[in-house]
Design a protein around this ligand. Structure first.
Ligand code: ZN
Ligand code: ZN
Length: 502
């Protein structure tokens, strides 16, 4: 059955035309774009009147951790709890309503917002969840508390303290992530797919694996790719190159860490943190990365590495540069986050041909002269962060991602964040910001000839908004109001994945 979308403004790569027109879709592809709306309707097609809506290419988020995002969306969100009683009530009703016997995950607990200013006790948790492992994670993910059923499974892997922090926290979280049944894993990805479609995405890149030696449930997910609404692009997030090759992957990495984060002062810097003598941490030696990246490159794998501070970005980019000179290949290696870059480093990245995969939401949440980055790094350096505008002017192709579950999986918010960077010099235009979530994102995975643009012959992957994403269309990307553009329809291969009700 053909589909005719009519009465809409259709994205032309750099903006919208003045007039409304139509898109004809057949077998999941765009077969005809009408320059001007025709009056004759010779064909039998399902007609969808878009009433003057705006049709963008289906947006693609190039960096997510969708398993965690999806899994926790199925769990218990404790962010609304104001007391221990509230928190326990939320957990208890989730326990009662689910027929799954897997670990129950509760998250977003902020003990400071609870009346009692403390975590629930193990005893309190055992009362509401006696026979199923329960893990309650703090809002920042860096500590957790588990019930006795979970504690029995963990055995001696953790200290007997009630609250688990540091290594104990990580061990507990990884242990229970590792025990999740295939059924629940797939359910988590279905949930993530629905959240992505609602957020305006038809495709998302997702990291699978423990960022150490395991590629996790990569094979399971790979076998089931055609079952999901959105298109997943998979990254075995691991140092295990042979496992990734064996699984048939074309790329490797993701948040495999060259350094840590600004918040924990582990992002590796060339100059010390403000009011500190710390330079942050390089997690691996130059030799380690050279071996790993070169082996992947030799096997025609695209590589992606998490690097936030300038010292870490430089460490990885130097290797990409060397390979571009000695063994040039069009593999589109990635610098994930690529946050702190002075002009010299920016120049070096332009030379290496690496692709910064960046998060506009990071600037939205933590940028600005009064923001968190400025408090950690000082004013001058904080203005050299997340330089979307500078990269674009240098001709460096950047791609956009949310790092969901770290920030929201929300195309409107992300694109507006890129257009409203705190530093005016780093703002992208409407067309450039759309591009980092469409053409550039498709190009990143080598799919720019079938998706990422609204063109005849391309897959009918479309995100339809009620109004265009002009920068004057809202006051703050963080607090949407009635003026904020809304996703009306998300469509992949001509099939509606999400439609706003009413
Ligand atoms: Zn990362
Ligand atoms: Zn990440």
């Amino acid at each position: 059955m053909m589909k005719l979308l009519k009465n809409a403004y259709i994205w032309q790569g750099d903006g919208f035309p003045q007039f409304r027109s139509e898109i004809l879709i057949e077998h999941g592809r765009i077969v005809k774009l009408n320059a001007q709306e025709s009056t004759s309707k010779p064909i039998s097609a399902e007609v969808i009147d878009l009433n003057g809506a705006y049709v963008y290419p289906g947006f693609i988020d190039t960096h997510t951790h969708s398993f965690e995002g999806g899994l926790y969306s199925l769990g218990v969100d404790l962010s609304s709890a104001q007391s221990i009683e509230d928190a326990c009530g939320l957990i208890e009703s989730a326990y009662a309503s689910s027929d799954l016997r897997d670990t129950l995950f509760a998250w977003q607990l902020d003990e400071n917002t609870l009346k009692e200013k403390r975590f629930p006790s193990v005893k309190e948790l055992d009362k509401i969840c006696p026979d199923r492992p329960l893990i309650v994670r703090r809002i920042d993910g860096h500590s957790c508390i588990v019930n006795t059923a979970a504690r029995m499974l963990l055995g001696t892997a953790i200290k007997p303290d009630e609250l688990l922090r540091g290594m104990d926290n990580d061990s507990a979280v990884h242990f229970f992530h590792g025990k999740i049944s295939p059924e629940t894993i797939l359910q988590a990805y279905h949930a993530a797919s629905a959240i992505a479609a609602k957020g305006g995405f038809t495709g998302i890149h997702t990291m699978v694996g423990d960022a150490k030696n395991s590629i996790g449930h990569y094979a399971l997910l790979n076998e089931n790719l055609d079952k999901f609404g959105v298109e997943y692009t998979l990254y075995p997030q691991s140092f295990n190159l042979s496992a990734a090759l064996e699984a048939g992957a074309k790329r490797i990495g993701g948040c495999i860490l060259a350094d840590g984060s600004i918040g924990s002062m582990t992002a590796a810097l060339s100059e010390t943190y403000l009011n500190s003598d710390s330079l942050g941490v390089l997690y691996q030696s130059d030799e380690f990365w050279e071996d790993f990246i070169t082996s992947a490159h030799d096997n025609n794998m695209q590589v992606a590495v998490h690097c936030i501070g300038d010292r870490a970005i430089s460490q990885i980019n130097n290797i990409y540069y060397k390979l571009s000179q000695t063994k040039p290949k069009d593999l589109r290696h990635q610098l994930i986050h690529c946050e702190l870059t002075d002009d010299t480093l920016l120049e070096e990245i332009a030379k290496s041909g690496a692709v910064p995969v960046m998060q506009p939401n990071f600037d939205l949440l933590w940028g600005g002269d009064e923001g968190f980055y400025s408090r950690k790094l000082g004013l001058e350096r904080s203005r050299n962060m997340n330089r979307f505008g500078s990269f674009t002017r240098k001709g460096v192709r950047i791609a956009g991602g949310s790092d969901w579950y770290i920030t929201a999986l929300d195309a409107v918010m992300s694109i507006l964040a890129a257009m409203n960077h705190h530093n005016p010099a780093e703002r992208l235009t409407h067309a450039q910001a759309v591009n980092i979530y469409s053409y550039n994102a498709a190009w990143l995975s080598g799919d720019e000839n079938r998706t990422g643009s609204v063109k005849e012959g391309y897959e009918a992957n479309l995100t339809i908004l009620n109004q265009p994403l002009n920068s004057d269309s809202l006051s703050s990307p963080e607090t949407p109001d009635s003026q904020t553009p809304m996703v009306l329809i998300t469509m992949r291969k001509g099939k509606v994945l999400y439609a706003k009700e009413g």
